[in-house]
Design a protein around this ligand. Structure first.
Ligand SMILES: N[C@@H](CCC(=O)N[C@@H](CS)C(=O)NCC(=O)O)C(=O)O
Length: 243
C-alpha cells in the first residue's frame, strides 16, 4: 500500500443521508483529511439519483453509492473503502497482526449485523410489500440486542477501550460510534444502550465525539434514503412498548 500524500485529493459521493457513508465522513474529519462531501439529494422520486445511476464514472461498476475518490483511485463498495482508509492512513501498519484481525472483524460485523440490519428494518415495508411490522420489529430488536451483548463482551475481551488512547481513532471506531448513535435515533429510548456498559462508555467518551456531533449538527440528514423515514421510524417505535 502506497503512503498517503500530505494533501490527497479526496471526494466522497453518497446520498444526503448517514447510511453507509457517515462513518467515512467522521474518519476524514477526525483525521484532518480535507475532502469534498458530495451529497446526492434525496427525494421521493429519487430524480437526482436516477439522473446519474447509469453513469459508471459516477457510480462505479455496480451503479451504487458510496464511491470514494482518492487521488487517482476510484473506490466503490463500503467495505473496500473502509479497508483502503485503514491502510492508506497508516493505521494498518501501526497495529499488530491480532489488532488488525480484530479491527477487520469489528468492521465486518458492524456493517452486516448492525448497519445492514438497521437499514433493512427501516426499509422493511417498502422492500417487502405486506411486511408485518408487528412481527418484524420485535424479531429484529431481539437479534440486535443479542448482538450488542456479544459486541460488548468482545470489546472487553479485546481491551478495545483501554488500548484506544495508545492508537489513533481508527475507521472501526467511527463505524462503531455511528451505529450506536443510529440505534439511539431509531429506537429512541426503547433500546437501552446503558445495558451494554462498554458500548455506552465508548459512545459517551469516544475522543472524536465532538467532531461527530458537530457534523450531525452542521448537516442533519436521515439515516437512509427511504421516503418518509420519520414516519417509518415512528411506526417502528409504535410497535415497541411505550417509554
Ligand atoms: N455493496 C454496496 C451496496 C451499496 C448500496 O446498496 N448503496 C445504496 C445506497 S445505501 C445504493 O446505491 N442504492 C441505489 C440503488 O441501488 O439504486 C456496498 O457495500 O457499498
Amino acid at each position: 500500500m502506497r503512503r498517503m500524500r500530505a494533501t490527497p485529493k479526496v471526494r466522497l459521493r453518497y446520498f444526503d443521508a448517514r447510511g453507509r457513508a457517515q462513518f467515512v465522513r467522521y474518519f476524514l474529519l477526525a483525521r484532518g483529511i480535507a475532502f469534498e462531501d458530495e451529497r446526492v439529494p434525496l427525494s421521493a422520486d429519487f430524480s437526482a439519483w436516477l439522473a446519474i445511476r447509469e453513469d459508471r464514472a459516477k457510480t462505479g461498476p455496480f451503479h451504487k453509492l458510496p464511491v470514494l475518490y482518492w487521488d487517482d483511485s476510484e473506490l466503490p463498495e463500503t467495505l473496500v473503502i473502509a479497508d483502503f482508509l485503514h491502510r492508506i492512513s497508516g493505521d494498518h501498519d501501526r497495529l499488530s497482526t491480532s489488532e488488525n484481525l480484530r479491527h477487520a472483524m469489528l468492521v465486518s460485523s458492524l456493517y452486516v449485523d448492525l448497519m445492514l440490519a438497521i437499514g433493512t428494518l427501516i426499509w422493511a415495508d417498502v422492500a417487502t410489500p405486506g411486511a408485518d411490522l408487528a412481527a418484524v420489529v420485535p424479531r429484529t430488536v431481539e437479534r440486535l440486542e443479542r448482538h450488542l451483548g456479544y459486541l460488548d463482551a468482545a470489546l472487553i475481551e479485546w481491551r478495545w477501550l483501554e488500548d484506544a488512547p495508545s492508537r489513533p481513532l481508527v475507521i472501526g471506531d467511527c463505524m462503531l460510534w455511528e451505529e450506536l448513535d443510529v440505534l439511539q435515533v431509531v429506537f429512541d429510548k426503547r433500546l437501552a444502550l446503558a445495558r451494554y456498559p462498554t458500548l455506552a462508555q465508548f459512545h459517551r467518551d469516544c475522543q472524536a465525539r465532538p467532531v461527530f456531533e458537530a457534523l450531525l449538527k452542521k448537516h442533519p440528514c436521515p439515516i437512509t434514503g427511504r421516503p418518509a423515514e420519520a414516519q417509518a421510524l415512528a411506526a417502528i417505535r409504535r410497535v415497541l412498548a411505550p417509554q
